[in-house]
Design a protein around this ligand. Structure first.
Ligand SMILES: Cc1cc2nc3c(=O)[nH]c(=O)nc-3n(C[C@H](O)[C@H](O)[C@H](O)COP(=O)(O)OP(=O)(O)OC[C@H]3O[C@@H](n4cnc5c(N)ncnc54)[C@H](O)[C@@H]3O)c2cc1C
Length: 384
């Protein structure tokens, strides 16, 4: 016999946990399922963007405060961009933000769900099959257990099983961008509260980042748009390109000469929000990376994951209220979510395409950015 739930959320990253938190108080029986046991790592730049805090404030202001008060973090006030011609500009952010290793941050979110809600958290359960009919959804896991639910919410990340099985349209611009990440300590010239983005002429549209973390560690990575989406064909693998940057670009290599690597360099795909395709259907919705909601320009997706989790929860409650779970009812989720984040995704897709075609625009922007007033206008425009 399968356990029965009203809602099965597959994936307990920022999208799934935000959704479970937003369902608190709805009276619905919710399962939050993940293939991992928390705390678990997630390959990421570990920069928790300002709008993620706003999403949590919307779900519950007390949990927004708890998220700000979380201690395993390095608060960030400035983004510093280094152009290919060696010039740099600093953008002082208008919103509160910090860097936090995802192993810690995601565990904080899961613990918040555990402490504050009646959600059943089912760990170490990898979804291996899903069937949806007019009665509901049957989710079967690799350990041969199964659950039934009236609605499935796919929050299972960039390689979403739920998306592959249930989405009719191919919404996979998944891996439109790929990136590598590593942790280092003992890197020279790290400024507290400053995230660094370095652009290289031969590696556009892509960037190398150095993001400071607590205890003197830094998150270091490199990401680039894939060739089929207008990016450049790299002469070597992403990992080797990053090693090349660390060893052979003097402005970087000098600073890493005494550094200590704390984990092997790992890569992962970023499904960018460059097209708005359907992200729901009969008895299901997709959130976060499963719905390809990563910002095309800056590569952040934690904030959109949390906002989508929130909107999916609102829609789920609406479905139970009206006893309707069909695709046209679910469509309201797409409409509400894209009304919130669609304009920003479209604008940043446009800027990305522009930079891909004419990379010199970036150097020009950084040159103009030597003017402080102009840079702060850009910060307000980009809402960072
Ligand atoms: C290299 C890199 C750097 C990035 N840097 C940043 C950054 O600095 N800031 C930012 O905001 N965003 C960044 N992103 C994007 C960000 O990581 C994602 O947008 C964000 O994690 C999306 O959250 P999510 O909840 O949708 O998915 P995830 O965080 O990927 O969570 C999905 C969950 O689903 C579970 N799961 C997967 N498959 C199954 C299955 N079959 N059964 C059960 N469970 C399953 C996984 O274990 C996981 O816990 C980066 C991404 C990459 C790859």
């Amino acid at each position: 016999m399968e356990d029965k739930y009203d809602i099965a959320i597959i994936g307990a990253g920022p999208a799934g946990t935000a959704c479970a938190l937003a369902l608190h108080g709805s009276g619905l029986k919710v399962a939050l399922v993940d293939k991992s046991i928390f705390p678990r790592d997630k390959i990421c730049g570990d920069a928790i963007p300002g709008p993620a805090f706003k999403a949590m404030d919307k779900i519950n202001p007390a949990w927004g405060r708890a998220m700000r008060a979380f201690t395993d973090k390095h608060e960030i006030r400035t983004g510093r961009m280094f152009s290919p011609n060696g010039k740099s500009i600093s953008l002082d952010w208008v919103t509160y933000a910090y860097n936090s290793k995802r192993i810690d941050f995601d565990n904080f979110l899961v613990e918040l769900v555990r402490k504050e809600t009646a959600t059943s958290i089912l760990e170490n359960k990898r979804l291996k099959s899903i069937e949806v009919n007019n009665e509901g959804a049957l989710c079967q896991f690799q350990d041969e257990t199964a659950i039934k639910a009236s609605i499935v919410i796919g929050c299972d990340g960039a390689n979403s099983f739920v998306k592959r099985k249930l989405a009719e349209d191919d919404i996979s611009n998944e891996h439109a961008c790929s990136a590598v990440r590593a942790y280092y300590s003992n890197v020279e010239g790290i400024q507290e509260g400053v995230n660094e983005l370095h652009f290289f002429k031969d590696l556009l549209p892509g960037y190398f980042w150095i993001f400071p973390l607590e205890n003197g560690w830094v998150n270091v990575g490199f990401g680039i748009l894939q060739e089929k989406f207008g990016g450049k064909k790299l002469p070597m693998s992403l990992r080797h390109t990053m090693e090349d940057i660390l060893q052979n670009r003097p402005q970087i290599s000098e600073r890493f000469k005494n550094s200590i690597l704390h984990q092997e360099i790992k890569s992962f795909g970023l499904p960018l929000g460059i097209e708005q395709k359907p992200i729901s259907g009969n008895r299901f919705m997709l959130c976060g990376d499963a719905a390809s909601l990563i910002d095309p320009l800056q590569g952040h997706g934690i904030d959109y994951a949390m906002w989508s989790g929130y909107f999916a929860a609102i829609q789920a409650v609406h479905c139970f209220k009206n006893g309707k779970f069909d695709a046209s009812t679910m469509k309201n989720y797409d409409v509400q979510l894209f009304a919130k984040i669609g304009p920003e995704l479209k604008r940043n897709t446009f800027i990305l395409k522009l930079i891909s075609k004419a990379p010199w625009i970036l150097s020009l922007a950084i040159m103009l950015g030597q003017n402080k007033k102009w840079t702060q206008r850009v910060v307000r425009f980009l809402k960072i």
